[in-house]
Design a protein around this ligand. Structure first.
Ligand code: PRP
Length: 180
C-alpha cells in the first residue's frame, strides 16, 4: 500500500494513476457521445482541476476551447466552508454556448451550484459538469454532475491536483487520509 506524509498527516493511495487514466478515456467517449458534432467550451475550475483538465483535453476526440475560473470553497482547511468565493472570474463570453465545467472533486456541491447559476446568468445555453471525483454522501443538492469519474466515500483526499494545505497536488494517484 503506497503511503505519503504531508505535513502532519499520513495518506494512502486509493486510486492508482492507471485507473485514473483508464477512466479518463471512458469519460472522453461519454462526453463525445452526449455532444456529437459539437464542441463545448471546457471551463476548468482552478486550482484543483488543472491536472485533470490537462489529461482530459488530450483524451477527447475534438480540440476544445478551454477557459479557466478560480473559485475557493475550502479556504485552506479540510472541509468545505459553504461560502464560494470567486478569486478569478470568467473572461470568455459564454452566451449561447454549451459549457462543460471540469472539476477535480464535487463534495458538498456548493461550488457546482454556484457555477451553474453564474453561467446561466451569463447566458450559457447548456451547462454540464465532468468531475473526476464525487462524494455522494456529502452532496447537498439534487442535480448531480453529469459525468463522474469515481464515486468515493466521504474521506479527505489529495493528489492528482488536489491538495492538503496546498501540498500533495503532484501525486500521480489519489490518496486518502489514513485513519488512526
Ligand atoms: C475544491 C474543489 C472544488 C470544490 C468542491 O476546491 O476543487 O472546486 O472544492 O467542494 P464543494 O463541492 O464542497 O463546493 P478548493 O476550494 O479546495 O480550491 P482549490 O481547487 O484551489 O484547491
Amino acid at each position: 500500500m503506497k503511503e505519503v506524509t504531508i505535513r502532519d498527516k499520513v495518506f494512502q493511495e486509493s486510486i492508482s494513476p492507471e485507473r485514473i487514466s483508464g477512466r479518463i478515456r471512458e469519460l472522453s467517449r461519454e462526453i463525445s457521445e452526449v455532444w456529437p458534432g459539437t464542441k463545448p467550451l471546457l471551463l476548468s475550475v482552478l486550482n484543483g482541476a488543472f491536472i485533470f483538465t490537462a489529461d482530459l483535453i488530450r483524451s477527447l476526440d475534438f480540440d476544445p476551447e478551454v477557459a479557466f475560473v478560480k473559485v475557493s470553497s475550502y479556504g485552506g482547511g479540510m472541509s468545505s466552508t459553504g461560502e464560494v468565493k470567486s478569486l478569478m472570474g470568467l473572461n470568455t463570453d459564454v452566451k449561447g454556448r454549451k459549457v462543460l465545467i471540469v472539476e477535480d472533486i464535487v463534495d458538498t456541491g456548493h461550488t457546482l451550484d454556484w457555477l451553474r447559476r453564474d453561467l446561466r446568468e451569463k447566458g450559457a445555453e447548456e451547462v454540464r459538469m465532468v468531475t473526476l471525483l464525487f462524494k455522494p454522501e456529502a452532496f447537498h443538492y439534487d442535480h448531480s454532475p453529469e459525468f463522474i469519474g469515481f464515486r468515493i466515500p466521504n474521506d479527505f483526499v489529495v493528489g492528482y491536483g488536489l491538495d492538503y494545505d496546498q501540498l500533495g497536488r503532484s501525486l500521480p494517484g489519489i490518496y486518502k487520509l489514513k485513519q488512526g
